[in-house]
Design a protein around this ligand. Sequence first.
Ligand code: NAD
Ligand code: ZN
Length: 251
Amino acid sequence: MSSPHARIDEKVHIGPKELVMVLTGAGISAESGIPTFRDENGLWQGFRFEEVASIQAWHKHPHLVWMFYSMRRDAALQCGPNSGHFALVELERKLGDRFFLCTQNVDDLHEQAGSKRLVHMHGELFKSRCDRCSKPPFEDKRLYETADSIPNCQCGGRIRPHIVWFGESPFYMNRILTELDRCSLFICIGTSGAVQPAASFVRWARQRKIESLAPVRTIYIGPDEPENGWYFDHFYQGKAGEVLPELFRVE
Ligand code: NAD
Ligand code: ZN
């Protein structure tokens, strides 16, 4: 079943008491030049994900894993935010604490644009951490391109990317569930609806049973209908950078 298409010039009205949760995926960074998952037939810049984005891969060939993330760091360093990212900053400026952004992206383009109230559920490309002890992650823009360039922590563990790999648990789930439970508008942008648990967020928001709250409104923005498309009330078909700047009317 397909989701109802909205006219692209139909504004989304946001009332004075509304709470807005936004979920973004790789699509919002596509116009900045960062390839999505789908761009390359399920390959990430030539790599199969199991080879580079799992804990098994890390144990088997940490050097290859770091080559991949070094390449992504290098590529992301050349990119800046686009008008889609800026439109969300503008929305946050108008809504203040009534705005919450959850991104599946590991790039820092939302921060570069100026977003403040955001969490990275799948980790951050420009942070690293120890693979053994619980020292907090640290800012890291370095590239580790040779086998002997991977540093060790003081505890003897190895420094790994601060990324949620397949089979690992996403970050900030308590906060995300709280926001899903109380938002009145759920906006999803540029995500294929194939990666769990993010793909279920729209369903969870719709299924919540808090009687004092009106049912949540759900909208999707992107060029293709996502796999979970029929959970959305409205589908704005187009590129994030073109649709978002004119989409919202905050009352
Ligand atoms: P995905 O690659 O599976 O899907 C991308 C989606 O973006 C598609 O549905 C596509 O239609 C849409 N899209 C393409 N161009 C768009 C545009 N201009 N505007 C709006 N939408 C556009 O990505 P996903 O659903 O986010 O899931 C894949 C996983 O890949 C996530 O876990 C994410 O962490 C990771 N990833 C992140 C980045 C990044 O950090 N920028 C890039 C690639 C993959
Ligand atoms: Zn350590």
